[in-house]
Design a protein around this ligand. Structure first.
Ligand code: PMP
Length: 376
C-alpha cells in the first residue's frame, strides 16, 4: 500500500507533479524555462490575491521566506511586534533578534489567538515598524483572523508594515493581499500547494519595496529582493541559479489548482477538516485549537492512548501523522489534511486510526465514527 503522508507538510505529491519534476533539466536562461517561471509567478500572484504585489519564487524553505520578509523591510534597531500563537510565531522572535531588531512578542496560550484589544493597545503605546501574523500556526492548528487584525493596524498604526506567514495557509485558506493591505506575504511549496519542499513564494507591496530601496544596508545577500527583482521581471536574467525542476513542479501544481478553482480548493479543505474532526471527536479526541484552521488538526489524545504507540502502530499501517510540538508534545498529534489529499484517502486513514485505538484497548464505535465522517 502507498504510504499516506498526513503530517502537516510535506504533503503527498501527485504523479502529475512528480512527472513534471522529473522532466529534463534545461538552461535556467532558456526561453522555455523563462515562460514556465513567468507562468508560476502569475499564478503565485493570484494565489495570494496580490495582483498589485511583486511576486518572487526562490529556492529555499519557508524559513527563508520568514527571513527575507524581515531583512528586506527592517533596519537594525527598528521595532517589530510579533503575534505568536505557537512555535512558528516564536521563530519570528528568533529571526528578529538575530537581525538586531527590537522584538516585542504577544503570545497566546496553545490553541488561542492574541486578543485584538491587546494588539491594539500595544500598537497605541509604541511605534512598531512591522508586525508579523502567522496565518496558520502549524504547532497548534490555529488560524489567525488576518483581515480583522490588518484592518485594525491600518486604522491605529498605518505606517506599520504587515507581514503574513502563509506557510501553512496559502492555497488552503483564502488570502487577499491587496484587499487586506498586506506588505509581505510568503509561503512554502510543501503544504497546501502539494509540491515537494524546496521553494519559498513571496509577494511584496510597493511600499515594502520602497522601504528596501531606502535601506542603506541589508543584512543578506542571497535574500535581497533588489537582486532578485530583475530576474522575476525577466527570468532570462541571472542572479543565482533557480531550482529549475522545482519550478516545473510548482507550475504544474499551481495549474492543477487553478483549473480546480481556488474557491473550490478552499472549500475542499474546509470539508476535509470538518469530516476528520466530526469523526475523531466521536472517539474522544479533542481539538486543541479554539480557532481551528482547515489545513491541519491538532488532536489531544483520549485517556488510554499513548502518543508514541499510537503513531508507530499507525505508521505500520502506512499512515504517517506528526508529533505535537512544545508543551503539547506527547499529549497530542498533528494531522495534515491539505493539498492533493482526497476524502477517500482520509477515510482510509480514519479506519486505520480506529483499528489502532482498538488495538490500544480504547473502545470505539466504528459505525458512529464512519457515519460522522460521511456526514461531516
Ligand atoms: N511557518 C509556518 C507556519 C510553518 O508551518 C513552517 C514549517 N512547518 C515554517 C514557517 C517554516 O518553514 P520551513 O520548515 O519550510 O522552513
Amino acid at each position: 500500500m502507498k504510504e499516506l503522508l498526513l503530517i502537516p507538510g510535506p504533503t503527498p505529491v501527485s504523479e502529475e507533479v512528480l512527472s513534471a519534476l522529473s522532466k529534463e533539466t534545461i538552461a535556467h536562461t532558456d526561453d522555455r524555462f523563462a515562460s514556465i517561471m513567468t507562468s508560476a509567478l502569475d499564478k503565485t500572484r493570484k494565489l495570494f490575491g496580490a495582483e498589485k504585489g511583486f511576486p518572487f519564487i526562490i529556492a529555499g524553505s519557508g524559513t527563508l521566506g520568514m527571513e527575507m520578509a524581515l531583512t528586506n523591510i527592517l533596519n537594525e534597531g527598528e521595532n517589530l511586534l510579533v503575534l505568536s500563537h505557537g512555535f512558528f510565531g516564536d521563530r519570528f522572535v528568533d529571526i528578529g533578534k538575530t537581525l538586531g531588531v527590537n522584538v516585542e512578542v504577544l503570545k497566546a496560550p496553545a490553541g488561542e489567538t492574541v486578543p485584538l484589544t491587546s494588539i491594539e493597545s500595544t500598537l497605541r503605546k509604541h511605534h512598531f515598524h512591522a508586525i508579523t501574523i502567522t496565518h496558520v500556526d502549524t504547532s497548534t492548528g490555529t488560524l489567525a483572523d488576518v483581515e480583522t487584525i490588518a484592518n485594525m493596524v491600518h486604522e491605529v498604526s498605518p505606517e506599520t508594515f504587515i507581514v503574513v506567514d502563509g506557510v501553512c495557509a496559502t492555497g488552503g485558506v483564502e488570502q487577499k493581499f491587496d484587499k487586506w493591505g498586506i506588505d509581505v506575504i510568503f509561503t512554502g511549496s510543501q503544504k497546501a500547494l502539494a509540491v515537494p519542499p524546496g521553494l519559498t513564494l513571496l509577494a511584496f507591496s510597493e511600499r515594502a519595496i520602497e522601504k528596501r530601496k531606502s535601506m542603506a544596508k541589508v543584512r543578506t545577500y542571497y535574500g535581497d529582493i533588489l537582486r532578485w527583482m530583475p530576474v522575476m521581471e525577466d527570468p532570462h536574467k541571472y542572479f543565482a541559479t533557480p531550482a529549475v525542476n522545482m519550478v516545473y513542479a510548482l507550475e504544474k501544481s499551481l495549474s492543477i489548482i487553478t483549473e480546480f478553482g481556488l474557491p473550490a480548493y478552499y472549500e475542499k479543505h474546509t470539508r476535509m477538516a470538518a469530516k476528520v474532526r466530526a469523526a475523531l471527536t466521536t472517539v474522544g479526541f479533542e481539538l486543541v485549537s479554539k480557532h481551528p484552521a482547515s489545513t491541519l488538526s491538532v488532536f489531544k489524545y483520549p485517556d488510554g492512548i499513548e502518543d508514541a504507540a499510537f503513531r508507530s502502530k499507525l505508521a505500520v499501517k502506512g499512515v504517517i501523522v506528526a508529533s505535537a510540538l512544545a508543551e503539547l508534545q506527547g499529549k497530542a498529534f498533528r494531522m495534515g489534511h491539505m493539498g492533493s489529499v482526497t476524502e477517500d484517502e482520509l477515510l482510509v486513514a480514519l479506519k486505520r486510526m480506529l483499528e489502532v485505538c482498538q488495538e490500544l484497548g480504547v473502545k470505539v464505535d466504528k459505525g458512529q465514527a464512519l457515519n460522522a465522517f460521511l456526514e461531516g
